[in-house]
Design a protein around this ligand. Structure first.
Ligand code: AMP
Ligand code: ZN
Length: 113
């Protein structure tokens, strides 16, 4: 947990998030600035910055998010393909330093990556 982290605040219920799924490991919300018709963020309950600070013990969590992506994409209406993206560090375009996985889909064109 990190007191100033926006995703930790959403997970704690201190600021609103449009949740589409949650379980003991993670929360999934709609991105507030969607870059595609379907734009979800899979956010682990545990705070760690990004893949640079992921550890072996996160293997199951990271795999789980990959396997959850197709189900959530389909449920949200991305029935013709989707992207699964994690941004890491400044040159990776990361803005929020709480690891998360973007799921982007829906009819193209999309606004950006
Ligand atoms: P990244 O650039 O990979 O760190 O992505 C951070 C994402 O979080 C961006 O796509 C933002 O639009 C999104 N975001 C920031 N604040 C919020 C929020 N309060 N609720 C939902 N999504 C957010
Ligand atoms: Zn956090």
């Amino acid at each position: 947990m990190s007191s100033n982290c926006i995703f930790c605040k959403i997970i704690r219920g201190e600021i609103p998030g449009r949740k589409v799924y949650e379980d003991e490991d993670l929360v999934v919300i709609h991105d507030i600035h969607p870059a595609a018709p379907v734009h979800l963020l899979m956010v682990p309950r545990e705070h760690f910055d990004n893949l640079d600070t992921a550890e072996d013990r996160h293997l199951r969590l990271l795999g789980k998010m990959q396997l959850l992506a197709p189900r959530l994409a389909r449920e949200q209406g991305a029935t013709n393909g989707y992207r699964v993206v994690t941004n890491n560090g400044p040159d990776g375009g990361q803005e929020v330093y709480h690891l998360h996985v973007h799921v982007l889909g829906g009819p193209r064109p999309w606004k950006r990556l």
